[in-house]
Design a binder for this molecule. Structure first.
Ligand code: KIV
Ligand code: ZN
Length: 507
């Protein structure tokens, strides 16, 4: 007997992108969407077409290029939103319009200033309007977990009658708990007469840390679509972490008797890519994808694992895409060794890409005796950063003098788009400040630095330093990442990365 499927709806590019300080370019969103396609999610919510021209363009591009999953755009229950969503989606092989309106009393009163009947009419009209564009229409009553149940039944019944093929029940403010949410889903199933004409979906936020557990409780009650984000990104405390939901269904198939279409071995590469591109580091103890998720520190646990893996591991790390090999590469390793290792780590570089990475690999191998998987992942991340973002300005050279008896002074040379090299120098309160001030003298993009973080990629004094920064200006907030064995150079690279993003946004 084949198990029933739970559809996985990824909203990393919409709700995830709403996380404060993300702001992805269209190219970056496309890279993420292609990886989500490899992961095997059923639906990608590519954005909210009416929210900005950038979102509209990203949806259009993803709809054109990514053909296996359904591509969705969010739209308020407003005619113009629905038309814009369709305009962005119309080239998709499988388009979906996802329209939503608030349904709780507090939202109706304090946000919409409308009564429940007016909202019901708007919802029905919007679903009917969306239906004229495409067959696949999802409706979400926003703040459904704080909505009067009798009203919720009527709203759902009316929107299904109007043509909605998926009904999504959002826990918009992360308020519910598993037992309560399970009951609500069961009540919806029992009290909405036409509920079997739509797929029942849930969309949980993580304000109380219950998003994944609430989603799973809803699945137990009969929900067959779960919405969430990779690495649990999303508004405020985030959305349900998709990798947690997927692996719960997968690992406890004995309870649920359900499956998904996801290729679980793509989970870890997807998590890493999303973290690289967004600059949102995954906490080490994060379930499934955190660095410590499969590390065993205590002697008793290590002993158990050596005797039999399942003593302390409920999942095989390779099933979620962690590599099994801890082979170390060095300066004598060749292209073939590098390629094979990268492939084991889930990358598939073509010859051009491999050549570029090989040069960076050799440079790193000169500075560092052993190149570990973490180093390779960091190399790939910085390579992607250059490819996925249009680099108007390139760092050519940076030199710093500093010390306890010196005024930190930096000299920086930058390559301009017209191949002109420009050099300038500055002093600063410290070496990074001096470098950033020198760069500012050359590239005049006003901004303020809102975050600066240095992480070590591996252990050891020769480790790569990974710098993540965020800068802010009138065009938005931009992340920048850079890595190098020299943390001042890594800081300069991170700043250039952020400035190039700001430059794309201002065009
Ligand atoms: O959290 C929420 O309610 C949403 C809806 C737009 C689905 O993101
Ligand atoms: Zn949401």
């Amino acid at each position: 007997m084949t198990n029933e499927k739970v559809l996985i709806f990824d909203t990393t590019l919409r709700d995830g992108e709403q996380s404060a300080g993300i702001g992805l370019t269209v190219e970056e969103k496309l890279v993420v969407a292609k990886q989500l396609e490899r992961l095997g999610v059923d639906i990608i919510e590519a954005g909210f077409a009416a929210s900005s021209p950038g979102d509209h363009e990203a949806i259009t591009t993803i709809a054109r290029e990514v053909k296996t999953p359904i591509i969705a755009s969010l739209a308020r229950c407003v005619e113009n939103d629905i038309d814009l969503a369709w305009e962005a989606l119309k080239k998709a092989a499988r388009p979906r319009i996802h329209t939503f309106i608030s349904s709780s009393d507090v939202h109706l009163m304090d946000i919409l200033n409308k009564d429940p009947e007016q909202v019901l009419t708007m919802a029905v009209k919007s679903v009917e309007k969306a239906k004229k564009h495409c067959d696949d229409v999802e409706f979400s009553p926003m703040d459904a977990t704080r909505t009067d149940l009798e009203y919720l039944y009527r709203l759902i019944e009316a929107t299904i009658e109007a043509g909605a093929t998926t009904i999504n029940v959002p826990d918009t403010v992360g308020y519910t708990i598993p037992s309560e949410f399970r009951k609500r889903i069961e009540l919806i199933k029992d009290n909405v007469p036409n509920i079997d004409k739509a797929v029942l979906s849930v969309h949980c936020h993580n304000d109380l840390g219950n998003a994944a557990a609430n989603s799973i409780a809803a699945v137990e009650a009969g929900a067959r679509q779960v919405e969430g984000c990779i690495n649990g990104l999303g508004e405020r405390a985030g959305n349900a972490s998709l990798e947690e939901v997927i692996m719960t269904i997968h690992t406890r198939e004995d309870i649920f008797g359900l499956t998904t279409n996801v290729d679980t071995t793509e989970i870890y590469p997807t998590s890493r890519l999303v973290s690289d591109i967004t600059g949102f580091i995954v906490q080490p103890n994060k379930a499934i994808v955190g660095a410590n998720a499969f590390r065993h520190a205590s002697g008793i646990h290590q002993d158990g694992i050596i005797k039999q893996r399942t003593t302390f591991e409920i999942m095989d790390p390779q099933v979620v895409g962690w590599s099994s090999n801890s082979l170390v590469l060095g300066k004598l390793s060749g292209r073939a060794g590098l390629k094979s290792r990268l492939e084991q780590l889930g990358y598939s570089p073509d010859d051009t890409e491999l050549n570029q990475i090989f040069d960076a690999f050799k440079e790193l191998a000169d500075a560092k005796r052993e190149i570990t998987d973490a180093d390779l992942i960091s190399l790939m991340s910085s390579h992607r950063r250059h490819v996925d973002i249009k680099e108007s300005y390139k760092l050519d050279h940076v030199q710093v003098t500093c010390g306890d008896q010196q005024i930190p002074t930096a000299t920086v040379t930058i390559l301009f788009p017209d191949d002109k090299l420009v050099t300038d120098a500055s002093t600063g309160t410290g070496p990074v400040d001096a470098v950033y001030k020198a760069i500012n003298r050359i590239i005049e993009i006003p901004n303020s630095l809102t975050e600066f973080r240095v992480d070590s990629v591996t252990e050891g004094i020769d480790a790569l330093g990974d710098v993540t920064i965020r800068i802010k200006n009138d065009d938005g907030t931009f992340v920048g990442r850079g890595s190098d064995t020299d943390i001042i150079v890594a800081s300069a690279k991170a700043y250039m990365n952020a400035l190039n993003r700001a430059c794309v946004a201002s065009q």
